[in-house]
Write a protein that binds this ligand. Structure first.
Ligand code: E4P
Length: 217
């Protein structure tokens, strides 16, 4: 499963990339606002940190407007994936862009039928939001399972990009269900490293090493 980082914070992206944990990056207008930096400038910088897909979202709601914004975004770098909402205009934009060789991430997916439409429109990625699904009492991971089944039934090439990941169990379940990608905030990716027995093990080894009186080098 590929790991994308869901942030516009370039320090976090750099640090995780150095540990080999960044296969791509997703941003959205809220994350850009949080970063407090110029949208085009920060996306350009992220594209230099990772060669993987970097999602940059349009804000227009009509097809012509989305195409105008996509033109600007896709010129930033070859690894920009234009992010469009799961609406009819978003799907039209998805088809036009992917027909033209541009990667597209269809976002704000909340049903398996919507994911089916994204695949039919040729999306590179579909982003089902599991956390927001859970927030309203629905089964986020059940949605991923349904989409996996449907995509496998018809051999769709669209990659399932699990989004709105809030905790390590979302990551574990995504991997077990065979999601292609998951995108998580840096804090969730860092949580995956943690295990009390790892910490306890290091503590024990270091204590014994100190008693041995030896040094490396
Ligand atoms: C994905 O591309 C979105 O940017 C993101 O995962 C949304 O997460 P949230 O529901 O925690 O805002």
């Amino acid at each position: 499963m590929k790991f994308f980082v869901d942030t516009a914070d370039t320090n976090d992206i750099r640090e995780l990339a150095e540990a080999g944990l960044v296969d791509g990056v997703t941003t959205n207008p809220s994350l850009i606002h949080k970063a407090g930096r110029d949208f085009l400038e920060v996306v350009a910088e992220i594209c230099t940190i990772t060669p993987g897909p970097v999602s940059a979202e349009v804000v227009a709601l009509d097809h012509d407007g989305m195409m105008r914004e996509a033109e600007i975004l896709r010129k930033i770098a070859d690894n920009v994936a234009v992010k469009v909402p799961l609406t009819i205009d978003g799907l039209k934009t998805c088809k036009a862009l992917t027909d033209d060789g541009t990667m597209v991430n269809v976002t704000l997916c909340f049903s398996a039928n919507q994911a089916l439409l994204a695949a039919k429109a040729g999306a590179t990625f579909v982003s089902p939001f599991v956390g927001r699904h859970d927030d309203v009492g629905l089964d986020g991971m059940g949605l991923i399972s349904d989409i996996r089944l449907i995509y496998d039934n018809y051999d769709f090439a669209t990659e399932i990009l699990v989004a709105s990941v809030r905790h390590p169990i979302h990551v574990l379940e995504s991997a077990k269900l065979g999601a292609d990608v998951m995108t998580a905030p840096p804090a969730v990716i860092r949580q995956l490293v943690k295990h009390p027995l790892t910490d306890k093990g290091i503590e024990g080894f270091l204590a014994d090493w100190a008693k041995s009186g030896q040094k490396i080098g």
